[in-house]
Design a protein around this ligand. Structure first.
Ligand code: GN1
Ligand code: MG
Length: 367
């Protein structure tokens, strides 16, 4: 059996990296893929880092399609905006952007020196993140979504997520349902509101756009010196979706007082200053293209995406944690509780969130 060190070196050689392998660091980023910074001394003497990822093939059943999507999307952005920094994947000798061995699926990009944030105190950074995700959607507004594979079907179909939760609870393969009755009860009590965005989508009342679908603020890379957003990364789930999927998920993550898996979930809640800053940045880019109903459902989408993720964390806990990486046995349950606490606070603050959206939209449309 190869050590990880040997495996990473083998993968790097297949991506045609020459020179001395100096070692690797595990990057604590993301809840599904494994990410490493690998360090080399190149034949010309320079030290250089690369980012190597082991894509989770339980989550992404067809990773080749994921890579094809990313290629098409980044190519589209590059052709429109040649100066925009985009991700570049390295190729193997046979021109593939991945290396497959058994159930492992490896890919490699250049390492971009940058700052990333899980929690942000600086509202300027938050505003820049909102703007970066808004701009990303704009850059793809003329992209033909028929060209995209649906890498994870029904990814933000909240109705399906609820059904999956109920199926998991019924099967109860790990004997954990008794422990989570309160969480199940709460999530079922808000089911209709949580599924309202999906219902509007099914009725054709909200337009499908090409969306990022995983808009955590740590998926934006920032310039270390001036806090400028450099590039939006993690394009694994770029698929047709609703504007609210991107807006809501970003708020869920960035505007929470605590991190998404905080055991201190009594402290979870929406920081309205962060909400306003993100909204301002996001609407600066998107306000003029949103339909009235899209605008009116943005605040709601934050609740929807939070409740939806709670159903996903809880279903995973009930099933014995096959999907999300966990650091300790109750991690998915703690995540669920934190998202539920946040969802409750969002319902309390819905009026204020709606007002903040309308305010930011008015400012932008009249600007
Ligand atoms: C996963 O691995 P990461 O952090 O990019 C998940 C998202 C969740 C998120 C919660 C493909 O994203 O949907 O919102 O964890 N990605 C996938 O932290 O399921
Ligand atoms: Mg992701």
């Amino acid at each position: 059996m190869m050590t990880l060190n040997e495996k990473l070196l083998q993968v790097c050689r297949l991506f045609r990296i020459e020179g001395d392998f100096l070692g690797y660091d595990t990057i604590q980023m993301g809840n599904v893929n494994q990410t490493y910074e690998v360090k080399f001394r190149l034949p010309d003497g320079r030290k250089k880092s690369f980012l190597v990822q082991n894509v989770n093939t339980y989550v992404f059943k067809n990773p080749v399609q994921v890579m094809e999507n990313i290629d098409k999307v980044t190519e589209h952005i590059r052709s429109k905006l040649p100066d925009q920094l985009t991700l570049h994947f390295h190729h193997t000798a046979d021109r593939k952007t991945y290396v497959e061995d058994g159930s492992n699926f490896w890919r490699m990009t250049n390492f971009i020196p940058c700052a990333t944030y899980n929690a942000v105190a600086d509202l300027k950074i938050v505003r820049n993140a909102g703007q970066a995700f808004g701009a990303f959607q704009n850059q793809l507004s003329d992209f033909d979504s028929d060209l995209l594979y649906e890498t994870i079907p029904d990814f933000h179909n909240t109705k399906r997520r609820y059904e999956a939760l109920l199926e998991a609870a019924k099967a109860d393969p790990a004997g954990r349902v008794r422990e989570v009755e309160r969480e199940l009860e709460y999530l079922l009590s808000v089911r209709e509101t949580a599924c309202s965005l999906t219902a509007l989508q099914e009725r054709g009342e909200l337009p499908l756009r090409v969306t990022h679908n995983d808009t955590k603020i740590n998926n934006v890379l920032f310039d270390k010196r001036d806090g400028r957003a450099l590039v939006v990364v993690d394009l694994d789930t770029v698929m047709p979706g609703l504007v609210g999927h991107d807006f809501g998920d970003a708020i869920r993550f960035a505007a929470n007082y605590v991190e998404e898996d905080s055991p201190d979930f009594q402290k979870a809640g929406v920081d309205m200053e962060v909400f306003e800053a993100f909204t301002e940045g996001f609407l600066k880019e998107t306000a003029s293209t949103l339909t009235p109903l899209e605008r009116e459902t943005l605040a709601l989408s934050a609740f929807v995406l939070t409740a939806e993720l709670a159903t996903r964390f809880l279903a995973d806990y009930i099933l014995g944690d096959p999907y999300f990486k966990i650091n300790y046995p109750q991690h998915n349950l703690v995540r669920t509780r934190c998202q539920i606490a946040l969802a409750k606070d969002m319902l309390r603050k819905m009026g204020a969130m709606e007002q903040a959206v309308q305010h930011a939209a008015r400012v932008r449309v009249s600007a």
